[in-house]
Design a protein. Structure first.
Length: 209
């Protein structure tokens, strides 16, 4: 079963709390999303493989640890996942970026795919699937399904806020995927929104409500 990592870093908790506030502006919300993504990405990349490489400093030749390749892919779930991409790219600027487009049917709450474009060598990359919210888990499960169908296998899921129901669904569907979250919230309400949550992350990122 994949592990669930709930970050306890003070800066992550502080910035996540600011994102929850009703009076946080669209501009502030976007900036905070980038900052939190960078902080979470810093922690989530802790286990990337290293190799010993010979380099030359101004003083002498020496051997140092460096990343064993930078074969990373960042795959946001559209549209809200886009808010996490810049923060991740600030850490790993050579990463390739794919996109999975899903929306939640307002009646059934089930995910519907409308777009999927991934790097051609996705099977060789460590894949960070990013979406601010893990609510019912349907979108995350579907996005990872699509990635696996196209050859991706080394996958982690990173989100800002998760409901227990979504964590359970994702773990059951994809037990090989580790989950990184900034906050584990109480529950889902009758409209499948996370409580206390922060509302609709896409609307808050792009000012559409």
């Amino acid at each position: 079963m994949g592990k669930v990592y709930v970050f306890d870093h003070p800066l992550i908790q502080h910035k996540t709390a600011l994102m929850r506030k009703t009076d946080t502006t669209v501009k502030e919300f976007r900036e905070l999303a980038k900052e939190v993504a960078m902080l979470m990405g810093f922690e989530a990349t802790r286990n990337l493989a290293l190799e010993e490489v010979e380099i030359e400093t101004p003083i002498c030749k020496t051997k140092m640890n460096m990343l064993a390749g930078e074969d990373i892919a960042i795959v946001p779930i559209l549209r809200a996942g886009l808010g996490f991409v810049d923060g991740m790219l600030a850490l790993v600027p050579n990463a390739k970026v794919g996109h999975v487009g899903l929306y939640r049917d307002p009646e059934t709450h089930e995910p519907v795919e409308y777009y999927c474009k991934l790097p051609v060598d996705i099977e060789k990359r460590k894949i960070f699937v990013v979406d601010p919210m893990l609510a019912t888990g349907g979108s995350a499960v579907a996005a990872i399904d699509f990635i696996k169908q196209r050859g991706g296998s080394d996958i982690v899921f990173m989100c800002l806020i998760a409901a227990p129901e979504g964590i359970e669904v994702l773990q059951k569907a994809h037990p090989d995927v580790d989950i990184y979250i900034a906050a584990k919230d109480e529950k889902l309400n009758e409209n499948a929104y996370i409580v206390p949550g922060l509302g609709d992350a896409g609307d808050r990122l792009y000012g559409t409500k």
